[in-house]
Design a protein around this ligand. Sequence first.
Ligand SMILES: [Zn+2]
Ligand SMILES: [Zn+2]
Length: 223
Amino acid sequence: MREDICTIPVSEVFEPKDGCPICRMRDTVETRMVEYIMGAAMMEPDVRMETNRRGFCEDHFRKMLGQKNRLSLALMLESRLIEIKEQVFDKKRLSFLTEEAGCFVCDKIQWGMERMLDTVCRLWVQEAEFRALFDEQPFLCLPHYEQLVSAAGKLKKRDRAAFCEAAAKVSGRYLLALKEDVSHYCKMYDYRNAGNNEDWGNSRDAVERTIQYLVARSVKDSR
Ligand SMILES: [Zn+2]
Ligand SMILES: [Zn+2]
């Protein structure tokens, strides 16, 4: 498979300034990988061999079910079942289920993300324009803040400290704003109980936004 399926230009991800840019990066690659696995990958024997061996996680099975091409999924499941029959039941290799356990889509996303996070760090050091764009992001969710700080481990010591400070600023200021909104949300229940007509302000979706900040996934659709 072509490696460029797993990566997208970093500046494209930071331009919209809408939510966590790294979440958008992950979502874009994820959608692309699911579409690829249900489409062009069917014609690539090396990918089929890998998906027979590795399988998929529940999340990505669900996303594949959301695609139109069910025949692709059925064909993949058919050859995966054959592989499991041979390994687990014919060869009695129960360890196949643990040693090879994983998800083809998760693996490829992780591979792409590692490279793109390295690019984020490098661009931040090299380009003043990108540093400004980085500061203008609405927020970095907590898991992606942690991943960026880890990726910055490859930078020179002085650059690393400056980068981590910039990332902490973007993620930390959002945490404070969330804390304000969640506190306001809690207070609204008191006001309502007291019969006052206080304004909800920004706090109506504070719970959903806080969960998104903590787990790097939007939960707004599941309301
Ligand atoms: Zn994120
Ligand atoms: Zn997965």
